[in-house]
Design a protein around this ligand. Structure first.
Ligand SMILES: CC(C)(COP(=O)(O)OP(=O)(O)OC[C@H]1O[C@@H](n2cnc3c(N)ncnc32)[C@H](O)[C@@H]1OP(=O)(O)O)[C@@H](O)C(=O)NCCC(=O)NCCS
Length: 206
């Protein structure tokens, strides 16, 4: 399939939208907020310490990723229009039938369902718009917020990959999550199973 040469605009649930990065005051402010987070600079190329020059270089790096076919970095925009976070779809292993995703939110926008809504929208676009068969994401086992975000967006935990990623100079264990084009999302399957159970559609013991 011919891949789009630019990051599209997407609409997610709960009034969240997604768009490409801009070299604007508000997007630089988002990078500035992310640079103050304890964890985000360790798992991304968000600069720490922040300077306007480094912030602008970060935005240009996102554009370059799309120009070179490496992926689609989106800004997550809250219902009022304020940029609150980022989701990236990365295509390094696309020729093997899979892509990966990463995400972060500025502290001030967290806890309102924006990350999971945005992840679900980008994953849906990747699976059904770009026809990617398998999506993966990696989460440190302690990172409950990220694990819940993945699960809420329909991803299923497959297991732990030991010492899989170097973060802050250490090899860390990572939980591997996946979502397949050919399988219903995990929460649908759970709902389906519970509906079957409730309406007596299973042969299990009751
Ligand atoms: C992970 C992160 C993106 C979540 O963003 P968010 O906008 O707060 O997430 P949402 O509001 O969409 O919440 C998604 C789920 O996580 C749960 N959650 C959010 N923060 C939580 C926390 N601190 N502890 C426990 N659960 C949490 C929510 O309750 C929700 O679950 P539910 O639907 O079962 O209620 C954000 O915490 C973050 O940017 N963390 C730092 C960067 C990071 O860890 N990125 C992911 C790397 S794999």
């Amino acid at each position: 399939m011919e891949l789009p040469d630019r990051v599209p605009g997407l609409t997610a649930r709960a009034g969240i939208t997604l768009r490409p990065w801009r070299l604007s005051e508000e997007d630089l402010d988002l990078v500035r907020q992310a640079s103050r987070d304890d964890y985000i600079p360790a798992i991304t190329t968000v600069p720490r310490p922040y300077t306007d020059a480094e912030g602008a270089a970060f935005v240009r790096r996102q554009w370059h990723r799309t120009e070179t076919g490496r992926g689609y970095p989106f800004v997550i925009v809250a219902p009022g229009g304020r940029p609150v976070g980022s989701v990236g779809l990365w295509l390094k292993d696309l020729d093997r039938g899979r892509a990966s995703l990463g995400y972060w939110m500025a502290g001030s926008g967290r806890g309102r369902g924006a990350a999971s809504a945005a992840l679900e929208a980008v994953a849906g676009w990747a699976l059904h718009g770009l026809a990617v068969p398998r999506l993966e994401l990696y989460v440190e086992p302690w990172n409950t917020a990220s694990r819940r975000t993945a699960e809420r967006a329909g991803f299923r935990r497959e297991g732990v990959l030991r010492e899989r990623m170097q973060i802050a100079g250490e090899l860390r264990d990572m939980d591997l999550y996946s979502l397949l084009r050919g399988a219903p999302p995990e929460e649908d399957r759970a709902a389906e199973a519970s509906a079957l159970g409730r309406f007596g559609g299973t042969t299990g013991s009751h």
